[in-house]
Each structure stands twice: as structure tokens, then as C-alpha cells.
Design a protein around this ligand. Structure first.
Ligand code: SF4
Length: 241
């Protein structure tokens, strides 16, 4: 499997685990706020064998592996790679944009993943602006349903600045975030999900759309207002960031 970058290990990316992180290159979305712009060119590959060998050297204390990106489900040899991680008795977390329910279904059927974190890019009518896709993506709803069947899972939405008609830029609003929460309920038929409302953090010289680099972080008051409203839909919602 192609790995564009890796992190030795940390306690942040996989709750409850000390986890090494593999970033896969390439993505099928073009979110303007994407922090992984250098990875998306899909050219760099530091090699999975080196990563697996690294896992062998830290097996005394590393307890999990996070596979994120880019979009990991685009990697044709994702499953054999995960099997090699699993052979080392490590837990596996995957971060996904939900665009590839076929692969998610295979991972589920083969019991290969312990934890899935799926991005929900706001309400569906904003996906062209938040995810850079042409329009409605039924795959995303299909993935939402599947995600809820993994042993541990979460949905999450970053409260990003949205480039709207007329080039106006403003953060996702309280009603838009309520609509995103409602979409999860509609897709899964349940409101009993862990959902994270995340803060947007700008990054100089690192976002896919340069116009967002000078935008501020999501204001704390907006996060609080969103949290209060979204809790009415998804009672297990927390603010992260
Ligand atoms: S933020 Fe968007 S473009 Fe970037 S890796 Fe995630 S889904 Fe792909």
C-alpha cells in the first residue's frame, strides 16, 4: 500500500491507544479546507514495508495503527496491508470520507477494523462547497449506515468556512450543522451515535484553497451554539478542538 507520510506514535489519533499513523496519498474529494494538500498529488510513497518494520521495533508499547489520508479506501492493497498490521496483534483505526462503501463493507465483513471515524461534510446541499464534489453523493449515505456497524465508530464534522455564492466566505451555521446531524439520523435510522463537532484551524501555506488560510479558527461561541442545537438531534455530541 502506498504511504505518503507516517508518524511514529502518539496518544491523540486513536483514543485509548498508543498508535502509529500511516497517511495514504491521494483523495477523490477536494475539500477547500483540506490540510493534506501535499498528500493529494498521489506521487510520494515512503513504502509500507518500512512502516511495518518500524511497527516491529516498537511492538513493546505501540498498541494500534491509524490509517488516514488522503483517503485510505482508494488504496487497492489496503486490505492486505491491514492484515499485516493485524498479524502483529495491533488494533486498527481508519479515517474515511465515506466515499467508498464497497471497501467499507469488505472491511466490515472481514472484521478488519476496530474503529472508524467518518467525516460528514456538512449538510448534503453544501457538499459541492465543503467537499469539492459535483453534487449529492449517495455513497456517503451508504457508508454512514455501514460505519455504525463497526465495533467503535464516530462521525465528525469540522465547522469550516464555506466559500458561498458570490465568493462570500462564512462558517457553517447552526441550522446547517443541525441539518448535517439530521442527515446522520436519516441515513442510519438512529440518533445514538458519537458525533464530534470540530474546530477549523487555519494553516498558512497548507490548505487546498488559499483563500481559507487567512480565515480565523471557528469562534468558540459558534461551536457552543452549534453544540447546543446539535445535542437536540444527536445527544452524544461533543465539541473537539
Ligand atoms: S479533507 Fe477532503 S480532500 Fe482532504 S483528505 Fe479529507 S476528504 Fe480528502
Amino acid at each position: 500500500m502506498k504511504i505518503g507520510a507516517a508518524l511514529g506514535f502518539n496518544l491523540i489519533d486513536y483514543p485509548g491507544k498508543i498508535a502509529a499513523v500511516a497517511f495514504t496519498p491521494g483523495c477523490n474529494y477536494l475539500c477547500p479546507h483540506c490540510h493534506a494538500a501535499p498528500l493529494l498529488a498521489n506521487t510520494k510513497d515512503i513504502g509500507d514495508q518500512g512502516f511495518l518494520q518500524y511497527l516491529d521495533t516498537v511492538k513493546e508499547w505501540v498498541t494500534g495503527v491509524v490509517i488516514c489520508g488522503g483517503e485510505p479506501t482508494l488504496q487497492p492493497d489496503l486490505i492486505p496491508f491491514i492484515e499485516q498490521v493485524r498479524n502483529r496483534n495491533l488494533a486498527v483505526k481508519i479515517d474515511t470520507n465515506g466515499s467508498n462503501p464497497k471497501v467499507m463493507a469488505q472491511l466490515l465483513a472481514r472484521d478488519l477494523v476496530d474503529y472508524v471515524a467518518m467525516d460528514v461534510k456538512g449538510p448534503e446541499f453544501l457538499w459541492p462547497a465543503t467537499a469539492g464534489v459535483p453534487g449529492y453523493q449517495p455513497e456517503m449515505l451508504e457508508s454512514m449506515k455501514l460505519v455504525a456497524q463497526f465495533p467503535i465508530y464516530e462521525y465528525r464534522t469540522t465547522v469550516v468556512p464555506v466559500i458561498r455564492e458570490g465568493e462570500n466566505i462564512s462558517f457553517l451555521t447552526v441550522p446547517e450543522m443541525a441539518a448535517a446531524a439530521q442527515l446522520i439520523i436519516t441515513a442510519t435510522g438512529s440518533s445514538a451515535h458519537k458525533y464530534y463537532v470540530q474546530k477549523f484551524i487555519p494553516r498558512k501555506n497548507g490548505l487546498l484553497d488559499k483563500r481559507l488560510e487567512s480565515f480565523p479558527e471557528t469562534p468558540p461561541q459558534l461551536l457552543q451554539d452549534i453544540h447546543k442545537e446539535v445535542l437536540k438531534h444527536l445527544p452524544n455530541t461533543q465539541v473537539r478542538g
